[in-house]
Design a protein around this ligand. Sequence first.
Ligand SMILES: [Zn+2]
Length: 83
Amino acid sequence: MQEQEQEFAENLDDKFSEELIQAKEDQMLFNEIMQSGLLYSRAGRDALGVRLQPQRRESSKVRRNEKCPCNSGLKYKKCCGLN
Ligand SMILES: [Zn+2]
């Protein structure tokens, strides 16, 4: 029982740090878009719109920083995860 609780806590830690990293990346992307003026282009608005949507839990099976399952060799967030 003790071990399970510890494992649970560790998983929770992983999850938190992953979300912290993600939040930081989002902030960086936002700054990038603002600075580049991309915000006024369609691509910029789309990128921002996608990022500002609440995360959908059913798509969280694929981690955004891992390789895309379509074998493009890109990270999921740079590939199918864009939409
Ligand atoms: Zn893909």
